[in-house]
Design a protein around this ligand. Structure first.
Ligand code: ADP
Ligand code: ZN
Ligand code: ZN
Length: 818
């Protein structure tokens, strides 16, 4: 009797690979365990066992495996199913999903580079002889290849040994040396528990008369507490009492003072106590929670549509609590972890260390730790907050998935494969686990709301802000008119300047939003604001400098750049636009006494860049914060009285069929940062097109109107949500070869799908890293079989691969391209 396993290799090959195993190995091996296998000429990879069987492969002689790496499965059955779904739906290989899904430490291979772990404390006595040899070698040489280690030990397969060394924290992997997530802990002090009553206090002070230094410290603490409700830092007390760290330490030792630690990103501000009790919901939140539960009973994906600051998070918290009470795991997905320290600390306040944060940028130990905690269903990671990659954790008892800010496009993975949409994949994951899934947003995506309209999803709504805070008052300022009347300074209208002045006088903070997205500038007439549109698609044309052309990225339409505006005839066509930096600069001139901060990609690059700016704005060290769409991500600032949108038109004119939907979402979200406490906030939107329907819809909070209108246009032009789109990118370093290949492939698609195929078209950046790019797009009706579509595409791909002259041209599929 022969035994075989089919394994998933972390490489982009379409099929599972078969290896032979012995009868003894067949006793041990289970799907989900990792094995080290030879592949290609001399490589060794870590592979995951997908299935055991007894049928030898037809096309090749099955090789033996090198080694079994695990004692028990580290990949669950559900994960394997999930990987297969992703590979199938997003047109990639299971191997590519595997590589993206597991932390590198579980993926050792012969090319991996090994470093010594500078942070680990190594107990040399606990190392076996061969482990010690590796440890010693790494003292002399900072980097070793797996192959070199193989030579040192004179042993063919060293992966199990390296696996142990990783666990013992002796080594780390090169590509895994990521920025470490270490929330900074700050020391705070308060009076000891024994001195809470006034009598006890008086007694304490009496007893300290003989210790003047110590009484000085206690009195200084009183003083600090009298002037501020904020927690008192040890360092502040030292300064105020003019004493040494040692004298504070001795008071702490005597339990007169009590020390406690708060993560800097967890500090709770003015008036708010740290409070681990769940808040009780108001009637609107209660109603929403009830509706969610009813919808969950029908096992429906449910959308919580709650205006900004309506208290969606508190509703999530109630649900999370219910599921963890039942011993279930909860996954909380967010578009970007870096921007959500506020949310993390809110959840940690409620659920303490049950909350684990999973981030692909964290270092390998932390990720493997979360991985193992989740695999073991440990309380320590019962609630996982993560960006899209957290979907791949080995959940066992997943009860609930929350997808917060579900409309965010950063849920879609762009490069490399798998190019999955985390929200959509989460829905599949939930169905594999039989768990519930809640999507939440103040501005739902067209897709999700469409699914609500067609009764595919359940729906819960909160249409007022928590605490009956009014939605901010919105005003659109016509820049065209202001420019004509010379009532504009730089990019600031008179109205905006007035409002900023007033807010500053009232001690309120201000957020100014300017989005400079995209690479190629848009042409826009600075007299009338006209921006040329494609006649075939509902998008603006993009200016291409080198050819002086205006082009559509979705069809092949293009025109020469006009010397004068097509609408008003002025020769004032502007191609530059302006960014946050210019806004900042102008502010210095206009408001020399205000402190200005800037939040965009350039200012948040460094370690904890976001936190620094967010914290500093929270502490009111910054009066005016200028930023890009980063500002929209669910931040909860207490003192923002005014939000200004410098120029809404750059958003509206963005060359994409989703531009209007996105503008509505972004503007509504930024506006939602204003006036989150009792006083009503104010929003000023500057635009050349004050009557643009999207701006009208934003200012009247007319989500439904926006939805209806956009849906009609999407229907007209065959875009999502009624249609699916698959973008196909061709890449090659030879310009002519690429052109021919792209033409051939697209024509073949056209033979099958007719005019549902657009392109091929050069993307605005048509060469990246010496590779030329061309895109084609396929639109298919939602009800048309996706399986059949993909089969047709794959068939074309097979013929394509057989054509010698196209060899080497890469084809990249992006299903549900965003
Ligand atoms: P959203 O996520 O909908 O924008 P949040 O959950 O951030 O809204 O709530 C807005 C503010 O209202 C927060 O500061 C939050 O602490 C407060 N809040 C919401 N619900 C409650 C509640 N039931 N009790 C007390 N405060 C609440
Ligand atoms: Zn014009
Ligand atoms: Zn077009």
């Amino acid at each position: 009797m022969q035994y075989f396993i089919n394994v998933v290799l972390p490489v982009p090959i379409e099929k599972l690979f078969t290896y032979s195993i012995s009868a003894a190995e067949a006793e041990i091996i289970k799907p989900g365990m990792r094995v080290a296998v030879p592949f290609g000429k001399s490589k060794i990879y870590t592979a995951v066992v997908a299935e055991l069987h007894q049928t030898p492969p037809e096309a090749y002689q099955a090789k033996d495996i090198e080694h079994i790496l695990d004692d028990y499965p580290v990949i669950t059955e559900i994960q394997l199913k999930f990987w297969k779904w992703i590979a199938q739906y997003y047109l990639c290989s299971v191997g590519e999903v595997f590589r993206a899904a597991v932390p590198g430490a579980l993926l050792l291979e012969s090319e991996t580079l090994i470093l010594r772990n500078e942070e680990g404390i190594v107990d040399e006595n606990a190392l076996k002889d061969d482990e010690y040899l590796v440890f010693e070698a790494l003292q002399h040489q900072s980097i070793l290849r797996v192959q070199e280690i193989s030579q040192i030990l004179n042993k063919k397969n060293v992966l199990p040994l390296l696996d142990r060394l990783l666990q013992k924290k002796v080594i780390v992997l090169k590509e895994e040396v990521f920025e470490q997530y270490k929330p900074k802990l700050v020391r705070y002090v308060k009076l000891g528990k024994a001195y809470s009553s006034e009598e006890d206090l008086a007694e304490l002070l009496n007893s300290l008369t003989r210790a003047p230094k110590q009484s000085q410290v206690v009195l200084a603490l009183f003083q600090l507490q009298a002037v501020s409700k904020k927690p008192i830092k040890v360092s502040d007390l030292e300064k105020a009492a003019n004493c040494s760290a040692a004298s504070i330490r001795s008071l702490i030792d005597k339990e007169i003072l009590e020390e406690y630690l708060i993560q800097t990103d967890r500090v709770v501000y003015e008036g708010e106590k740290e409070n681990s009790d769940l808040k009780s919901l108001n009637p609107y939140q209660e109603k929403a929670l009830k509706d969610i539960k009813i919808s969950f009973q029908e096992n429906k994906t449910t959308l919580l549509h709650g205006v900004t600051s309506s208290g969606k998070t508190e509703v999530y918290v109630k649900l999370i609590d219910a599921y963890i009470q039942q011993g279930k795991q909860v996954l909380y997905l967010l578009p970007e972890i870096a921007l959500t320290t506020q949310l993390i600390s809110r959840l940690q306040n409620y659920f303490g260390d049950k909350v684990a944060v999973f981030h692909s940028k964290y270092n390998v130990q932390e990720r493997v730790e979360v991985w193992n905690n989740v695999l073991g269903n440990k309380p320590k990671a019962q609630i996982v907050i993560g960006a899209r990659s957290a979907l791949f954790l080995p959940f066992y008892e997943l009860g609930l998935i929350i997808v917060d800010e579900e409309h965010e496009s950063s849920f879609k993975q762009y490069d490399p494969a798998p190019r999955y949409h985390a929200r959509d994949a989460a829905i599949v994951l939930a169905s594999l686990h039989g768990s519930k899934i809640l999507l939440g947003s103040a501005t739902p995506s067209m897709e999700s709301f469409y699914n609500v309209k067609t009764s595919k999803y359940g729906y819960a709504r909160i249409d007022r802000r928590y605490g009956d805070v009014l939605m901010p008052e919105m005003e659109i300022v016509d820049i065209k008119e202001q420019t004509r009347k010379k009532r504009i300074k730089g990019h600031f209208s008179e109205r905006l300047i007035e409002e900023i002045t007033e807010a500053l006088e009232l001690g309120e903070q201000i957020i100014l939003f300017q989005n400079r997205r995209g690479y190629a500038p848009i042409t826009e007439c600075s007299t009338c604001g006209h921006s040329p549109q494609c006649p075939n698609c509902d998008v603006s044309l993009t200016f291409h400098q080198h050819r002086k052309q205006l082009r559509c990225h979705y069809c092949s339409y293009h025109m020469a750049l006009q010397k004068a505006c097509l609408a008003c005839g002025s020769a004032t066509i502007d191609t530059k636009g302006f960014g946050t930096e210019q806004v900042e600069q102008e502010l210095h001139g206009l408001f020399p006494n205000a402190t200005v901060g800037r939040m965009d990609l350039d200012t948040t690059r460094g370690k904890h860049g976001y936190e620094r700016i967010i914290t500093s704005f929270e502490r009111q060290e910054i009066d005016i914060l200028v930023g890009t769409q980063m500002l929209t991500k669910g931040l909860d600032f207490r003192n923002v009285g005014l939000v200004g949108i410098m120029n809404a038109d750059t958003l509206l004119n963005f060359p994409d069929f989703r531009a209007h939907e996105r503008s509505f979402q972004l503007l509504t979200q930024v506006a939602g940062r204003a006036g989150r406490t009792q006083k009503r906030g104010k929003v000023i939107i500057q635009s050349y097109n004050p009557y643009h329907q999207i701006l009208q819809q934003v200012t009247t909070s007319d989500f439904k109107g926006m939805f209806q209108e956009q849906l009609y246009e999407r229907e007209q032009f065959k875009y999502p949500p009624i249609n699916r789109i698959i973008k196909i990118t061709f890449k090659h370093r030879d310009y002519n070869k690429l052109n021919e290949a792209a033409e051939w492939f697209t024509q073949s698609l056209r033979n099958v799908f007719g005019d549902n195929v657009l392109g091929p078209e050069y993307p605005p950046v048509s060469r990246i890293r010496n590779l030329y790019l061309k895109n084609a797009m396929l639109k298919i009706h939602k009800d048309y079989s996706l399986g059949r579509t993909k089969n047709s595409i794959k068939k074309i791909e097979h013929s394509f691969n057989a054509i010698a002259q196209f060899r080497g041209v890469r084809i990249i599929y992006n299903v549900d391209h965003i």
